[in-house]
Write a protein of this length. Structure first.
Lengths: 280, 266
């Protein structure tokens, strides 16, 4: 069984498509990732074969992947996915709105910065899961409790991104704006806003990571009846000792998080490259 | 000036620009930063007239208040005392070009057009024209970081022209360029400025550059920043940086600065 899972990856590595420019590019981008996935699966397989834990606790990669495939065919999975993604999007958008407004106010109003500037960074270091008991007390086991914590998790990072972005606007750009005759609105729209973009985008990326973590914590703790979600699926899989389902769901959570993060990084890379900034 | 006046008095036609009414009149201007014992006098009692169409070079060591003076003229800062009468719209060329990195060369120029109230449909063509004026046709889609230092300053020059200003302030715009690029840009700036009839206040700490370009050179001293000396340069244009006349005048003006205890940089 180990050979079944492992060989495909190794073979792909051996047969590098060296044809068109696009193919080569995709290959150059893809092979380190394929190799990493292959290594993880190999390690998993080795641990599985070693018999460290019984198979009903730690299933093999093959069992897990075939479970994942089955799951993708169920309506229950897609409805869980929909619930989770809807929460993620609404939570993130609300955090975006609140974080941006607070960020702009704190960056522009001096007394406000002195008062709450360090508080925002403090909030960022607070593990969002620690908010849940309080959120449940406030809102009960409801959507609001989850959203509350997602927003608290993401908004401080976004606000800090805005503050950073505004603080790092080169003063010479603002001077230029005045020389070009920009009024207050034009100064914001044409100069300050685009100049603050790299910092803002970094804040959004971090905000997303916090939102996603808070959401998963929330879905584990706040399980709403008749409403399947990825987090709830994890919890049910544990309670009913369905190890393959649990691991398959974890894979889905990992992949979703990575996809969105990849989206943010590609925005950020494109923006930095266009401006001739260092691209990491 | 009427037609008859010109024809009956040919001297008036070739009169030096300084005989006309000044476009820039500065009287008793002082600027103090801070207050109490920590106050710094950046400028002290500055009187200066600049005639319409004149190219004025300002030379002085760092800290002599050159940049402060430009900021006051541009209205970026208010004087502590004295008056400034600025008779035209002011454009500004900075040492580091200051092109916005998220815009292409053309968009940088279009932004200046937009903020000067040029209608949207006319901006693109105008920007292309201005790029051609500074001999950057075809580079409009380049991002600032893709252009050389000299090209960036040309875009900045085109952006100044886009503002349709009467006065252009240049704060050491060529200080960071290599000698050859700088010489090329001297020619460029000179021809563009003359063709458009612009008035220029050009700040530099390079005495030869000041004489290469200026109809007139003003020397500034520091602590406090003030005007030490003012001299017309009647040499014909275009001049060469390394010509004997320019070198001789540079040496004598440098000696004058040193005699007053102000060593100048460059």
């Amino acid at each position: 069984m180990s050979a079944d899972v492992l060989t495909p990856n190794v073979e792909v590595a051996a047969e590098a498509p060296r044809g068109s420019g696009f193919g080569r590019k995709a290959w150059a981008w893809g092979w380190p990732k394929l190799l990493a996935i292959g290594l993880v699966l190999a390690f998993w397989q080795v641990v599985y074969v070693s018999g460290w834990r019984p198979a009903y606790v730690l299933p093999s990669p093959a069992t897990t992947l075939s479970k994942l495939w089955d799951m993708l065919g169920t309506e229950r999975f897609w409805s869980a996915m929909q619930t989770t993604l809807t929460r993620a999007i609404i939570g993130f958008l609300l955090a975006l709105l609140i974080g941006t407004i607070i960020g702009v106010l704190v960056a522009r109003v001096r007394p406000l910065r002195l008062a709450v500037g360090s508080l925002i960074t403090g909030l960022q270091t607070m593990p969002s899961i620690a908010w849940f008991p309080f959120a449940i007390l406030l809102f009960g086991l409801t959507e609001q409790a989850i959203l509350f914590v997602v927003i608290l998790g993401a908004a401080p990072s976004i606000a800090n991104g805005v503050i950073n972005g505004i603080d790092h606007i080169p003063p010479s750009y603002l001077r230029l704006g005045k020389v070009l005759g920009a009024g207050t609105i034009a100064l914001y729209r044409d100069i300050a806003l685009p100049a603050a973009m790299p910092g803002y985008l970094a804040g959004l990326t971090q905000g997303w990571a916090f939102a996603w973590r808070s959401l998963m914590a929330g879905e584990l703790l706040v399980i709403i009846a008749e409403k399947p979600s990825l987090g709830a699926n994890l919890e049910f899989a544990r309670q009913f000792s369905k190890a393959p389902e649990l691991l398959a769901t974890m894979l889905v959570i990992l992949i979703l998080g990575m996809l969105v993060d990849g989206l943010f990084s590609s925005f950020s890379r494109r923006l930095r490259r266009r401006r001739g900034l260092a691209v990491d | 000036m009427s037609e008859t006046a010109v024809s009956s008095d040919p001297v008036a036609v070739v009169a030096s620009p300084s005989d006309a009414a000044p476009i820039l009149r500065i009287r008793g201007v002082g600027k103090v930063f801070g207050s109490g014992p920590a106050a710094t006098v950046a400028l002290h009692d500055v009187d200066l007239d600049v005639a319409r169409g004149e190219f004025l070079s300002v030379v002085g060591a760092s800290g002599c208040g050159k940049s402060t003076l430009l900021n006051l003229i541009a209205g970026l800062d208010k004087p502590t005392s004295g008056t400034l009468e600025v008779g035209a719209k002011v454009a500004f060329m900075f040492q580091d070009a200051t092109l916005l990195p998220w815009l292409t060369a053309r968009q940088n120029i279009e932004l200046a057009l937009k903020l000067s109230g040029v209608a949207k449909r006319d901006r693109r063509a105008r920007a292309e024209d201005l790029l051609a004026t500074v001999r950057l046709d075809g580079r409009g889609d380049s991002r600032p970081h893709e252009l050389s230092g000299g090209m960036r300053q040309r875009v900045a020059l085109a952006r100044c022209l886009a503002q349709d200003a009467g006065i252009v302030l240049m704060d050491e715009p060529l200080g960071a360029l290599d000698a050859m690029t700088r010489d090329l840009l001297h020619d460029e700036i000179e021809s563009v400025v003359r063709a458009q009839g612009l008035t220029v206040v050009f700040v530099t700490h390079n005495m030869r550059e000041a004489i290469r370009l200026g109809d007139r050179v003003v020397l500034m001293g520091s602590h406090p920043g003030r005007i030490l000396y003012d001299e017309d340069i009647p040499l014909p244009h275009p001049r060469q940086m390394d010509s004997t006349e320019v070198a001789t005048r540079a040496a004598s003006l440098t000696a004058r600065l040193k005699a007053q205890g102000h060593t100048h940089v460059g």
